[in-house]
Ligand binder design. Sequence first.
Ligand SMILES: [Zn+2]
Ligand SMILES: [Zn+2]
Length: 278
Amino acid sequence: MAIGRGFGRDTVVDCHTHTSHSDGADTAEHMVAAAEREGARLIAVTDHLTLPHDMDPACEASVPEAELGDLIDEVSAAAAAHPAVEVVQGFECDWYEGCEDNVRRWSEGATFLLGSVHWVHGAWIDDPDDRHIWDELGADAVWEGYVDAWCAACASDLPFDSMAHPDLMRRFEREGAAYGKDPSPLWDRMAECARDTNRRIEVSTAGLRKSVRGYYPAPPLLERFAAAGVGMTVGSDAHRTQDVGWGIADAYAYAAAAGFDHVDVPRADGSWDEIALR
Ligand SMILES: [Zn+2]
Ligand SMILES: [Zn+2]
């Protein structure tokens, strides 16, 4: 249970944040400054990695390819300006069919990669303003398609360090898009996929700020991940300064209650540390 370079149980780390280079509201400088104000020891800046034109025609959701260099320069500058906070250059990488070469090319220079699935059956599943895929296919098909894509992402040869918000398909479950069957087989399958492919998963506080009104993953899934011996990171998925570090201290208690004894922490130099939870 070594806490390599001084991370204690009360250390707040936030391993999932966005800037205005993708779909966030604020600059890297402002996000890192917010982390410092919040007393966070480490922040990973994980903008949505560049996407193919047909998935994000106006570059609204992801970092335009031409801005990748600027983003990395700005994250480095913010790190230098705020030595009290360790700043990790990451990306949140969508998994989609055939993404592998794109992800490898566009994520060069990052030390921490979140793998995530928002694109299912050829559509975004978490956009409150465009739920056509939910209307067309129904909730059960979207949930099941999500799990298929999530397991394919885990099984890909991309070096995803942690799988972000693993049960994102719950996004609209309190808005008429709950799963109509017993979800236990889905949870079992996801825990097996993460274990068999040696993926960490993320405990995200983002759902608490949305109609989900709970963490990703929900307890039945998180408990299965813990029992399977899967590693875990934490993140707020902040898209604005106010949410940096949001709910992280409570997320530690939530993860401990589900059976985790430590949080994995990616370091800026590419190494890993951990925070003991008990
Ligand atoms: Zn995401
Ligand atoms: Zn995100």
